[in-house]
Design a protein around this ligand. Structure first.
Ligand code: HEC
Length: 257
């Protein structure tokens, strides 16, 4: 009987732990870096939320996400969420509420004039592009004087987004190498060369991006955070239930043996 119990529990643990991870292949040819994602690391998610609020949310909306949901899932008190994220008013000038979704006031016309394209909503980007793509994209801006923003990107060629994190990352340019694909010579990115330091070291910048990407993975599927803690509760419940069932079975059969 004992081994059956162990096997049942092991099977349950496996079933829960192996809940399909949200990994999708990214398009394009650029090699992607692996994003250091840990959806259970609430400290990292909180830092990511702050980074998103400070550097991204001015242009990008996340319209399927509500402020108070972030507060609840990431255990951030309401007044802190307000201070960190809510700096806008509604279309009629009314203060934005904690239960509202994360809209931005920038119109598509304005964005088209400023960046040559609309600014995409970022709620589901981690599902569409994958965490590695986002992480690699944010690492791969480089100086290019031919572009209107002064920047280009090796993961997203001729991107309309300015490199909003340049003061943290510093400035870099790509160094290419020639590789043979069969008989054809192809230029491939070898590495980036720093041309000006930013306020963060390389390692710190990567950690900053890891937190930010982690947060974007979370907003794309917030139920993940809940599902994992729910999983353990369900397991505990099953174990207790099994204990009772086993005791009851022994009670019924004790006179028979
Ligand atoms: C100044 C406005 C602005 C800010 C601030 C900004 N972005 Fe962008 N972002 C854009 C624009 C415009 C595009 C569309 C680029 C294009 O299509 O060429 C874009 C595109 C993207 C994309 C690609 C989406 C897709 O699927 O094509 C991602 C990911 C992204 N931004 C992430 C971020 C993150 C993370 C931050 C904060 C660190 C941020 N952006 C800050 C303007 C901005």
């Amino acid at each position: 009987m004992k081994t059956t119990v162990k096997k049942t529990i092991a099977a349950l643990v496996f079933a829960i732990l192996l809940t399909p991870a949200m990994v999708m292949a990214a398009g394009g040819n650029a090699k992607l870096y692996t994003a250091p994602i840990d959806i259970n690391d609430k400290e990292s998610l909180r830092r990511g939320a702050k980074a998103f609020a400070d550097y991204c949310y001015s242009c990008h909306a996340a319209t399927f996400m509500r402020f108070n949901r972030i507060g609840k899932d990431l255990e951030i008190p309401e007044d802190e969420i307000r201070e960190m994220m809510i700096h806008t008013r509604g279309s009629k000038g009314e203060p934005t509420k904690i239960g509202d979704t994360m809209e931005v006031s920038m119109t598509d016309e304005y964005a088209n004039a400023a960046f040559g394209t609309a600014v995409p909503d970022l709620t589901l980007t981690a599902r569409a592009r994958g965490a590695d793509w986002i992480y690699s994209y944010l690492r791969s801006f480089y100086v290019d004087s031919d572009r209107p923003t002064g920047f280009n990107n090796t993961v997203f060629a001729d991107v309309g987004m300015p490199h909003v994190l340049w003061s943290l990352q510093g400035l870099q340019k790509p160094v290419y190498k020639t590789v043979m694909h069969g008989d054809v010579e192809v230029e491939e990115l070898d590495h980036f060369e720093k041309i000006q330091d930013g306020s963060l070291s390389r390692v710190e910048y990567d950690m900053f991006l890891g937190d930010l990407t982690n947060f974007m993975v979370y907003i794309a599927e917030p139920i993940q955070v809940e599902r994992r803690s729910m999983g353990w509760k369900v397991l505990l419940f099953l174990v207790v239930l099994f204990g009772f069932a086993y005791a009851l079975k022994k009670e019924y059969w004790k006179d028979v043996h």
